[in-house]
Design a protein around this ligand. Sequence first.
Ligand code: DQA
Length: 145
Amino acid sequence: MGERTVMVLNGPNLNLLGTREPAIYGHDTLAQIDARLVAYGTELGLTVECRQTNHEGTLVDWLHEARARGLHAVLLNAGAYTHTSIALHDAIRAIELPVIEVHLSDPETREPFRHISYVGMAATDCVKGLGPQSYIVALERAAAL
Ligand code: DQA
């Protein structure tokens, strides 16, 4: 509920981290990444809430919830919805909270269909290409807001 709460939202297929294309995404599981974020959040004076869903509308609902609760910021790795979802784009614009786009890989160096980011067109900031460290850097940026 606090103003210094950061929601970390992960979209489709990110529940498979650890075994999913490790050459691209690494070997860390989402549970390991989430645990690190919660611990580092404590150091930074932030409460970190981590969630994952494979469903686009659920991400929209959680963004709305972040606004309703007046949270400090959202870190969003929308997975493939990054490149397709005007609904997420609109939700980010609607909630008027800082939303930091996060990616483990750098989509712009990958297949052309990953070069467009509807999330990025609405988000406040973006951290990508650093593997799990992308989330850590994004959390530091959220703490600085
Ligand atoms: C990703 C990049 C997206 O293109 C892809 O669809 C994902 C993961 C990343 O974290 O690198 O699911 O968001």
